[in-house]
Design a protein around this ligand. Structure first.
Ligand code: ADP
Ligand code: GN1
Ligand code: MG
Length: 372
């Protein structure tokens, strides 16, 4: 007999061309945007599946979103097959079409659904525990960018315009301050000052891009460490959560991955003194990343990596604070001041990273020199 959740979601799952029957459906993952469920089928040999409700408030054009994902997954799958990789299916996401051949299903309540094949015997980590995990994460995201480096960035849709554009994020932030929708501005004066003091300094990547010193590429744009699946031996297996794959700069992906890896505490840690930098994990991620990405990167892109490390936690702080000021309309929250707590944790992380900027730059230089 299907469990309760299975009975609830069965009518949706039935629209998709899955093998076997769904017998168990459970909520899964810790993402802030979509809802994810794991589907077990009655087939002993599998496959099992991941069902996701796509947040249509955040992703306004689901058609474009799924076209991006299909393009990227097909491109990677062909490369893996070309490299005689055994088990290409376990190393890239496989979207499961509906019985009508569509990549998603829209129900009568305007919810958007999609299914991927579940990649078995893998795990993802919210907090990195070992040097090996960090290095494997670097390899995975470096390889992901490398495999997409021969596609034209303009062939992917910009599903969320200006997603990691700091100038645009600052405009939204100022707008939130001016509107003061939730009457919270007075409570966060010191955080607002902190952001404003750094505005000019955070333009480095956009300035480099404006001078054509770094190329636009196809990047992942949500390289939190839990978006890479590792196998039982903690080897990188597959990059997931491809919703935000869009044109971008490599430093964005590097910076966002480091944001979650270098922080020894959680993204929303309430005890700020627990937020310390784990430099060996930074080194390990950098090693893994350059191992798989050095062959396509320009020297200026390597130079920009630490600018990404400074920028991404700062931008995340702005995004959390903007949402707090707007009355928590974007990120899922688990208590009323969750976005403020996340803001403060990211602010502390920016402070810690700023203290170590020179060291981080030296370490990237040292790792990059290996390939000169
Ligand atoms: P979100 O972060 O938006 O909630 P994800 O696509 O990252 O959604 O999925 C949430 C979690 O589910 C991931 O961190 C991972 O642990 C797991 N997961 C997602 N897709 C797969 C998959 N195809 N195979 C195995 N596990 C997966
Ligand atoms: C969101 O869905 P999830 O949790 O992987 C967000 C990212 C943020 C992240 C912060 C579409 O990612 O940009 O960096 O939360 N995704 C979107 O944890 O906004
Ligand atoms: Mg995720």
């Amino acid at each position: 007999m299907p469990n309760n959740k299975a009975a609830e979601f069965l009518p949706i799952v039935n629209f998709f061309a899955i093998k076997g029957k769904a017998v168990d459906i459970e909520p899964f993952g810790s993402g802030h945007i979509n809802d994810t469920y794991r589907i077990c089928t009655d087939l002993e040999e599998g496959p099992n599946y991941m069902l996701q409700r796509i947040n249509n408030h955040v992703f306004k054009n689901v058609e474009h979103l799924m076209q991006n994902i299909a393009l990227v997954c097909n491109h990677i799958k062909h490369k893996l097959i070309g490299q005689n990789e055994k088990d290409a299916e376990g190393k890239v996401l496989t979207p499961v079409p509906t019985k009508n051949g569509d990549l998603f299903f829209k129900d009568e309540r305007n919810n958007y659904w999609r299914i991927f094949i579940l990649i078995e015997n893998t795990k993802s980590y919210d907090i990195v525990e070992t040097i090996q995990q960090a290095r494997e994460g670097g390899r995975a995201f470096g390889n992901f960018q490398a495999m997409l480096s021969d596609l034209n960035p303009l062939d992917v849709h910009e599903v969320i315009p200006n997603f990691l554009n700091i100038a645009s994020r600052l405009r939204d932030f100022r707008d939130a301050i001016n509107k003061n929708m939730a009457s919270r501005v007075d409570e966060v004066r010191s955080e607002i000052d902190f952001i404003q003091e750094r505005e000019n300094k955070m333009n480095t990547i956009l300035n480099m891009a404006a001078k054509s010193q770094i190329p636009l590429r196809i990047t992942h744009n949500d390289t939190k460490f839990n978006n890479v699946l590792l196998n039982k031996e903690d080897k990188a297996q597959c990059v997931i959560d491809l919703d935000t794959v869009m044109p971008g700069y490599v430093a964005y992906d590097f910076g966002d991955a480091i944001r979650t890896i270098i922080n020894s505490a959680a993204e929303d840690e309430a005890d700020l003194d627990r937020i310390k930098l784990n430099i060996p994990l930074f080194e390990a991620y950098t090693k893994g990343y350059l191992e798989t990405a050095h062959h396509f990167l320009y020297p200026m892109e390597i130079k920009s990596l630490v600018d990404g490390v400074l920028l991404l936690p700062y931008m995340q702080m702005i995004r959390f604070l903007t949402d707090y000021l707007n009355g928590d309309t974007y990120y899922k929250i688990s208590h009323p001041t969750h976005n403020l707590q996340r803001t403060k944790a990211q602010m502390r992380l920016v402070i810690e990273i700023e203290k170590h900027e020179e060291l981080l730059r030296d370490l990237v230089k040292r790792e990059a020199n290996v390939y000169l």
